[in-house]
Ligand binder design. Structure first.
Ligand code: NAD
Ligand code: MG
Length: 361
């Protein structure tokens, strides 16, 4: 592989740190730029001999200066939008962990991608799995795709029990170790909702061709149903270093320290449909996605505000879905034709959600 200079955004986070591990073990990959939101990165930058390092500030300026071959966007939340659009517009390969930017700005991102003509490589494990299973299968042979969800820590909770769950309980994910925002999203199933919309934009599939199934052990990451009745699945232990390595070294497939499946220990592959009554954020995401326009942006913005408020103890677990539902009700869903319009929609949904949080205090 030709030397690949990577801009790593969100370097201090869960994905960022695992990416540094993958890069350190992978000859030919180097880090030309590194960024975090607030946490210092001096040590990281020195270890990797990085020329351009930045804490906070405008990541697009950093990207302009660094001229990377590939951007790994591992920023959390809507804050990653500038980097996503920049890479797509400039035809620079984009390894995308930051699903929120694609959900909020899907139509703009697709336009930029078309103009830029670069690679868009999903890092989200389900989407990386789909990307691989779809390879070589034209749209005519694919019936639908299936995203698996662990179901989170509250899979078997009654509605009463869900009323009283704590932040600590929500942060104890059964199968994945991740940053706090996505861990809460996994407990509410908003993460799967965001992933549903992410899959729509990544693979150009209508929503009725994207299914979600609960699979508690997270060994099957996704499936593609083909029209002849066959289904292709992607399996592996839940470890993000695999999809990170796949995206960073694409189209090569490098070795990782992650062990292959061990059948001697037994392998549980159980599936059940998600409960949209107890986990309304998945239903709301499908509705927001189907309605399109600014609805996915409003969904994401209200969810970000609500999750932050839940994490700081201002609202309760079930309030997260209520806040998102309110924000969607207040959204006009206008088509997104330019970034300014999207920023306005994002800001309005945030203000509305923040108002509800203040009222709940
Ligand atoms: P995290 O909270 O652990 O890390 C987030 C990173 O983003 C930190 O380095 C933080 O400093 C940085 N950041 C925040 N705001 C920033 C800004 N304005 N400018 C620059 N950097 C900023 O989050 P994470 O779990 O690593 O998740 C990152 C993204 O990857 C999210 O979109 C998440 O949904 C997605 N993702 C994560 C996992 C996982 O296993 N952690 C799996 C799939 C997808
Ligand atoms: Mg995922």
């Amino acid at each position: 592989m030709r030397e690949r200079r990577i801009a790593l955004l969100g370097a201090t986070g869960s994905i960022g740190r695992q990416a540094l591990e993958v890069i350190a073990a992978s000859p030919g990959l180097s880090v030309c730029a590194i960024a975090s939101g607030t946490r210092p990165i001096d040590g990281l930058a020195a270890n990797f001999d990085v020329e351009h390092a930045q804490v906070g500030g405008d990541v697009v300026e950093l990207l302009e200066r660094a001229e990377p071959d590939l951007v790994l966007n591992a920023i959390v939340g809507f804050a990653g939008i500038g980097a996503t659009l920049w890479a797509l517009e400039h035809g620079v390969s984009l390894a995308l962990a930051n699903k929120e930017s694609l959900v909020a700005a899907g139509d703009l991102a697709l336009d930029a991608w078309k103009r830029g003509g670069g690679l868009l490589l999903p890092v989200d494990s389900e989407h990386s799995a789909l990307f691989q299973c779809l390879d070589g299968h034209g749209p005519g042979s694919v019936d639908s795709v299936v995203l698996t969800a662990s179901g989170g820590p509250f899979r078997n909770h009654t509605p009463d029990e869900l009323e009283h769950v704590t932040v600590e309980e929500a942060l104890a994910h059964p199968t994945w170790s991740m940053g706090p925002k996505i861990t809460v999203d996994s407990a509410t199933l908003a993460n799967k909702g965001l992933e549903l919309i992410e899959a729509h934009f990544l693979f150009g599939l209508d929503y009725d061709r994207i299914e979600v199934v609960v699979h508690p052990t997270s060994v099957v990451h996704a499936l593609v149903r083909l029209r002849d009745g066959a289904a292709l699945a992607h399996l592996g232990y839940p470890d993000m270093r695999v999809p990170i390595s796949y995206a960073l070294t694409y189209p090569e497939r490098r070795a990782t320290p992650v062990p292959g499946l061990d059948f001697s220990a037994g392998l549980q592959l159980e599936f059940e449909p998600p409960d949209l009554e107890r986990f309304p954020l998945l239903r709301l995401a499908r509705e927001a996605g189907e309605r399109g326009g600014t609805f996915p942006c409003a969904y994401n913005a209200a969810n970000e505000v609500a999750v932050a408020a839940f994490l700081d103890g201002s609202i309760r677990f079930l309030d997260i879905a209520a806040l998102v539902a309110d924000a969607l009700d207040a959204t006009d869903g206008a088509p997104v034709t330019h970034l300014a319009g999207l920023m306005t929609a994002d800001g309005e949904a945030r203000r509305l959600a923040a108002g509800r949080v203040a009222a709940a205090r």
